[in-house]
Design a protein around this ligand. Structure first.
Ligand code: AMP
Ligand code: MG
Length: 401
């Protein structure tokens, strides 16, 4: 009995543990997961400062008599040396520290300056245009939790709070092995019957995109000897991914050789289409994925199983693509009893998101994956899904219109 999609995915994630922790520069930290909670060492903003170019004033003065004496000037980076005494104002630039005594900033646009005299058009409200120390982050706040993916936004937070480095999980090294007598390395001339090994480079780029380090091992022939040699090398890495040779063909030796080399298989065959013959095992705790050879199947199973596993290994808490509900544009028929990953066009309109098949869903058709903005998850138990029904869709990052 093939295992269900959900069970396969949980089983994998149950067996993944993050690698070691290292400290890297913030530039290097982008896209990686924070390994420890980050506690704010100071307030943000650090000091009360002006949100506008204008004048620091006392609101009471503006209510009574709107003509004030300008007694000081504070540019950004300057210091507030004088306090705002009754009847006075201080010219101040955005980001400059707010002087003592004042309780509002009047923007240039709302006042007229004549020599050293200021007249305020409209009395400001207390606190107007003052950024108060700690209004964003208070000292001691747990600003970022361990497992957070560091995007430019989080990097900005770390930098604002004085950090130049971050503690993150190490990048796993991932060995990629293509198998098949028909395969030739990209760039080499093709003999009759040969095709290009596109899986190695495709998986390598998918791995690199996640911040892990791919290692292309090359091509193993469909023979136990050739597989044994390459798989032995592959097992020295943090993770091994093999493609092809896991179906029922009489030259599909991958599982056999993995078992011989001590890889304990946790499942083989998942109740999904495409990707049914996918296998997952462990060698001394290291994950080994065997994905089917068809480029579409290989990449979709990578998406579903390997990607979350790799992200978990790198300590990310969020390991899945965003999944949204979208309306099916036209009815779909599928095989009952098996979950289907349908490559879809994702469009947005007045009624929200709509999806429709990106075309031929055969595993041999790569073009429909190239076109797809998402993957619709069609439940195993359904045979037909009607137009207008809501389906779960994994977003791949590019919309179709
Ligand atoms: P298999 O899983 O070995 O039955 O292979 C399924 C299909 O995928 C066959 O048509 C193979 O030629 C093709 N295939 C296998 N490996 C690769 C690869 N690395 N790159 C491109 N196509 C492949
Ligand atoms: Mg094959």
């Amino acid at each position: 009995m093939p295992i269900s999609f959900e069970d396969a995915r949980s089983l994998i994630l149950d067996h993944i543990t993050p690698l070691e922790i290292e400290t890297v520069s913030l530039l290097e930290a982008n896209g990686r997961a924070l390994a420890e909670d980050f506690i704010a060492p100071w307030n943000l903003p650090l000091f009360n400062n002006s949100a506008m170019d204008g004048f620091a004033v006392r609101t009471v003065d503006c209510a009574q008599d709107n003509t004030l004496q300008i007694v000081d000037y504070i540019p950004a980076g300057g210091t507030a040396d004088k306090t705002v005494a009754p009847g006075t104002a201080v010219k101040i630039m955005t980001g400059a520290p707010v002087p003592g005594g004042c309780d509002a900033i009047v923007p240039f646009e709302e006042a007229s300056e004549l020599g050293q005299t200021l007249s305020v058009n409209n009395g400001p409200l207390k606190g107007a245009h003052i950024r108060v120390s700690g209004e964003d982050v208070s000292i001691g706040d747990r600003v970022l939790q361990a497992g957070t993916t560091l995007r430019p936004w989080e990097i900005s937070m770390l930098a604002s709070l004085g950090q130049t480095t971050a503690s993150v999980y190490s990048r796993p090294t991932v060995a990629i092995l293509s198998t098949g007598d028909e395969l030739t390395e990209p760039g080499k001339s093709l003999k009759p019957g040969q095709i290009v090994d596109s899986n190695s480079i495709a998986l390598a780029t998918a791995i690199r995109e996640l911040g892990a380090e791919p290692k292309i091992l090359g091509i193993a022939a469909d023979s136990p000897d050739s597989l044994r040699e390459k798989i032995n090398t592959g097992l020295e890495f943090d993770m091994l991914i093999t493609s092809a040779g896991v179906s029922m063909g009489d030259r599909d030796f991958v599982r056999e050789v993995l078992a011989e080399l001590g890889v304990k298989e946790l499942f083989w065959k998942v109740n999904i289409k495409p990707g049914r013959p996918t296998a997952f095992g462990l060698k001394d705790g290291k994950p080994v994925f065997s994905v089917p050879g068809n480029p579409v199947s290989a990449l979709i199973t990578f998406e579903q199983f390997v990607r979350p596993a790799l992200l978990a290994m790198m300590g990310h808490v969020r390991v899945f693509r965003p999944v949204v509900k979208a309306r099916l544009f036209e009815p779909v028929r599928k095989k009952e009893g098996r979950m289907q990953f349908m490559r879809v066009l994702v469009k947005t309109g007045e009624e929200g998101l709509t999806v429709s098949s990106s075309g031929d869903q055969n595993t041999g058709i790569l073009n429909t994956l190239v076109r797809a903005g998402g993957i619709a998850l069609l439940p195993a138990e359904r045979e037909t899904i009607e137009a207008g029904e809501l389906v779960d869709v994994q977003l791949l990052g590019q919309m179709n219109g």
